[in-house]
Design a protein around this ligand. Structure first.
Ligand code: FE2
Length: 184
């Protein structure tokens, strides 16, 4: 086997494990999201993630290799951080908790975008065009998911900036200022 094909397979094994971890982590993101559009986006991405696993399996088959996942420590770390985000979000104002979920999810998307960009380039390089096309479809899904999260976060950011939440109290600053004025 050529070294480039070996590298392609290794990177696909990493992505397979990353996607498999996400099929378990995304339902927790769906449950944690307050905003209905954000919840819907996570649900849609969960469905797509199952398809991504299947596409990778097809790509392994086309390359005549076993679909063997290789522990993806980077995604394990991102999922772990995502769990912390969910836990910490329980103490936060819903709007702020949702914004932190978007942040966690976009870190995951960016990892996947870089991973799929690499494997697609490697597949093209060794002339595995069918494999490259499969990987390209998934890369497109990840890029669209990232774009959607950016779009969904805009009104949330706007609402948050209008309320200008106080980090310690979790109360709008305007209200807090009013309360202290009354007390003086
Ligand atoms: Fe994916």
């Amino acid at each position: 086997m050529s070294q480039l094909k070996g590298l392609l397979l290794e990177e696909m094994q990493d992505l397979l494990h990353a996607e498999m971890q996400l099929t378990k982590a995304l339902p927790e993101m769906v449950a944690a999201a307050h905003n209905s559009k954000l919840k819907e986006a996570f649900e849609k991405h969960l469905e797509q993630t199952h398809e991504h696993v299947e596409r990778l399996k097809q790509a392994f088959e086309l390359l005549g290799a076993k679909a063997q996942p290789k522990p993806c420590k980077a995604m394990a770390g991102l999922v772990e951080e995502g769990k912390e985000t969910i836990q910490e979000g329980k103490e936060k104002e819903p709007l702020v908790a949702d914004l932190s979920l978007v942040t966690a999810a976009q870190k995951v998307e960016h990892y996947e975008i870089s991973g799929y960009g690499t494997v697609r380039a490697l597949a093209r390089l060794i002339n595995e065009i069918e494999v490259a096309t499969l990987l390209s479809h998934t890369l497109g899904d990840e890029e669209r998911a990232d774009f959607l999260l950016t779009t969904l976060s805009k009104p949330l950011l706007q609402q948050a900036s209008m309320k200008d939440y106080d980090a310690e109290q979790g109360q709008p600053k305007a209200k807090k200022a009013q309360a202290s004025h009354k007390g003086a």
